[in-house]
Design a protein around this ligand. Structure first.
Ligand SMILES: [Zn+2]
Length: 297
């Protein structure tokens, strides 16, 4: 049972929406690619454990225990909390003293010490809340194209070929009401990572239009009927959902209240329909002459 799923933070959300509308700078581009690669690995693991009945799971939790610490997966059952840190590295890596060096010489430092730090903080959390749990932490290399040479063995590391055994172990578990309570307690302490600064790209120069969730194309929807919009890939969406998505995207991209005209240009939907949905979903800021809109919460 999953009590919490992954959700991208504000920074990643912004980059995901802006990605194909402008040219991201090197830093943002790299962060987004890294995020996507990581998420792909985590998604794989999620799919493998989501139907296992006897465990309580949290995906992507951040605790603030004298500093932020992030957990990819926490699995709670039978007085045990198992923390799984997923790595989606691919290629041949050379192992030395807990460091992982890839073929081009890049060294991933401190994977084990990061795991240990997270482990210790989780133990602190357990102790602080008087919970009767033992904490286990494992690093899982989930990519089938990952190879490690000169590996000397470490029980904290799980490789893909060992995953079936681990999944079998999870399938034998059962959870109690206390495990569910513990899961909720951890969720209640989730504090999303705060990023101080997002580099916002100018809205004016971005490619406008609703992005299709099926094919990723931007601005390819046309009205199929009065109430249905269709993308060039054939994907259908109600006009209401289409306008709502436009409002969300503009809000993310503009970061300031938007004008009716901007929503009209973004959606190519006629003004009278736009007016109706603005009334339903948005609040007006400013006076009539230069009315701008923000989505109501
Ligand atoms: Zn599409």
């Amino acid at each position: 049972m999953f009590l919490k799923l992954h959700a991208p933070d504000d920074y990643i959300n912004y980059l995901l929406t802006a990605e194909f509308r402008t040219t991201l700078d090197h830093n943002d581009y790299r962060n987004l690619q890294q995020y996507k690669r990581g998420l792909q690995g985590e998604g794989k693991f999620y799919n493998l454990i989501k139907d296992i009945k006897g465990i309580v799971c949290l995906w992507d939790l951040v605790l603030n225990i004298n500093g932020e610490v992030q957990y990819d997966f926490l699995i709670i059952s039978n007085k045990r909390i198992i923390h799984i840190d997923i790595k989606n590295y691919s290629g041949i890596y050379h192992y030395q003293d807990g460091n992982f060096q890839n073929e081009s010489g890049y060294v991933h430092q401190g994977l084990i010490s990061q795991l240990e730090r997270a482990h210790t903080k989780l133990e602190q959390f357990v102790k602080h809340h008087n919970l009767d749990y033992q904490v286990f932490s494992r690093l899982l290399f989930i990519n089938p194209n990952f190879r490690l040479d000169h590996y000397t063995g470490d029980k904290r590391i799980i490789f893909l070929h060992q995953l079936d055994t681990f999944l079998d172990y999870l399938r034998q578990k059962t959870y109690s009401d206390i495990d569910v309570q513990t899961g909720h307690l951890l969720c209640n302490h989730h504090s999303p990572i705060s990023r101080n600064r997002i580099h916002y790209y100018p809205y004016e120069t971005m490619i406008k239009g609703v992005q299709c969730k099926q094919c990723g194309a931007i601005g390819t929807f046309v009205a199929q009927t009065q109430r249905i919009m269709m993308c060039s890939c054939g994907s259908l969406i109600s006009k209401e959902a289409y306008i709502l998505q436009a409002i969300d995207e503009i809000t993310l991209l503009k970061t300031t209240p938007f004008k009716r005209k901007e929503l009209n240009e973004y959606t190519k939907v006629n003004i009278s329909t736009i007016k109706r949905y603005l009334k339903k979903y948005c609040n007006i800021v400013g006076n009539n002459k230069s009315s701008r809109y923000v989505k109501n919460e």
